[in-house]
Design a protein around this ligand. Structure first.
Ligand SMILES: [Zn+2]
Length: 421
């Protein structure tokens, strides 16, 4: 079927929303949470059990498994052209300790549902389709988040990831081997025609606006700036006001500056100071030193850099006027990913074709697709979640939302993989 034929006939191509919904809730019972969600943290026994069930479902659908040395699962439905690079579709099955049922899981099982539907309809594709479960997306047990996709995209080395320790001092590499999911494949060796990920929004915009589908054009970039303000510790009762060097005032004024910079760039940027250490943190001592981290985010790199530049321009003067000293260092930076324009357009067109309302959005959180985008054309579909709540056992979506998201994903995957015959 040529692409234009697919476009006209395609509104009839639908996935089985009930089957997808049942699978989501079946896997949620593995590593059940205490309040209706899931606790299936990466490379635990529960993770292994969830992986085994997913493997069984995939093999029942005729997919064959490859596992790389980071434990990422690649489940392949063959294509008709042996030279065509695969289209990858997936997300992650690991959860937060008090995770919801949908974060990550929806994207992996929607990939499986696409394979099941193609089997039902006896549709062949030119490119293989590979349903993917990335290891350790959440990063709670072993930081950082998006670990395996980051190694895949050559952002971290495998040895560095293996050496990461959890709170009990166990390493990621040892635990991956212990649960039996340390594969043979070299990480990052796979070439991708495309990577597509469906994810819940984890924010409130789609639900509030009554929109079915978020077409993700960008991810957020970030800059973390660690600041140290030095004043002079002295007695809060006996130091005359004009003689004080209060580092806390530097924190106060920079907090306001950060807020002002972010407000001046809203709605295309955000900013706040979250982590603060006050020294010596005593009731009757004027703070002599305050260390804090600014978090600026935007999906526009020029805007992000301009925000940092404005901070660097204005903050030292604020501190000089308070007779305190400011030093700063960029301790984290991630440039905003821009997803593949052609894939993004195919997602937009799929939503149109299927009759779902849609809007372009920016992903506020990091996702595996943000790393994979560095090595392969990638894009994301989002569906709403109730109150934007996520990383919480109360995370909720409707069956209709998951069906709509999976159908749009289905059309984008099939368009990239090209229907044959
Ligand atoms: Zn996720």
């Amino acid at each position: 079927m040529a692409a234009d034929t697919f476009a006209s006939a395609g509104e009839n191509l639908r996935i089985n929303g009930d089957r997808l919904w049942e699978s989501i809730h079946a896997i949620a019972e593995i590593g059940p949470g205490i309040a209706g969600g899931s606790n299936r943290q990466t490379v635990t026994d529960e993770d292994a059990e969830g992986r085994a069930l997913f493997q069984k479902w995939c093999e029942d659908a005729g997919l064959t498994m490859g596992v790389d040395q980071m434990g990422t699962m690649f489940m392949t439905r063959p294509g008709t052209d042996p030279d065509a690079l695969p289209v990858y579709v997936g997300s992650h099955l690991d959860t937060q300790p008090t995770g919801g049922r949908y974060d990550g899981v929806l994207g992996v099982l929607a990939g499986l549902e696409i394979a099941r539907t193609l089997n039902d309809l006896d549709i062949k594709t030119k490119h293989p389709i590979v349903v993917t479960n990335w290891t350790n997306e959440e990063g709670t047990r072993f930081a950082p988040a998006m670990m395996a996709s980051g190694v895949f995209a050559k952002q971290f080395t495998q040895d560095w990831a293996y050496a990461k320790e959890d709170a009990d001092g166990k390493t990621f590499g040892d635990e991956l081997a212990r649960i039996g999911w340390k594969g043979e494949e070299e990480v990052g060796a796979r070439q991708m025609h495309a990577f597509l990920e469906l994810h819940i929004e984890q924010g409130p915009i789609l639900e509030a606006e009554g929109v079915d589908i978020g077409v993700v054009t960008h991810g957020q970039g970030l800059r973390w700036i660690e600041c140290t303000v030095i004043g002079k510790e002295s007695h809060t009762g006996s130091t005359p006001m004009p003689m004080r060097k209060n580092a806390g005032r530097g924190l106060a004024q920079i907090t306001e500056l950060v807020h002002t910079i972010a407000m001046d760039n809203a709605p295309n940027a955000v900013g706040a100071i979250g982590k603060i250490d006050v020294h010596p943190n005593s009731r009757n001592i004027i703070p002599g030193k305050v260390v804090f981290t600014i978090d600026f985010r935007s999906h526009e790199i020029n805007r992000l850099n301009a925000m940092v530049a404005r901070f660097e321009d204005e903050a030292p003067n604020l501190c000089a006027a308070l007779d305190v000293e400011l030093s700063h260092e960029i301790v984290g930076q991630f440039d905003p990913p821009e997803f593949d324009k052609k894939l993004v357009q195919s997602i937009r067109e799929a939503a149109e074709r299927l009759g779902y309302s849609h809007k372009d959005i920016v992903s506020g959180a990091g996702h595996d697709a943000c790393w994979v985008n560095k090595v392969a054309p990638s894009a994301m579909v989002m569906c709403p979640c109730v109150d934007g709540l996520s990383h919480n056992e109360a995370e909720e979506i409707s069956k209709e939302w998951s069906t709509a998201g999976a159908e749009v994903l289905f059309h984008a995957v099939v368009e990239a993989a090209e229907i044959v015959g």
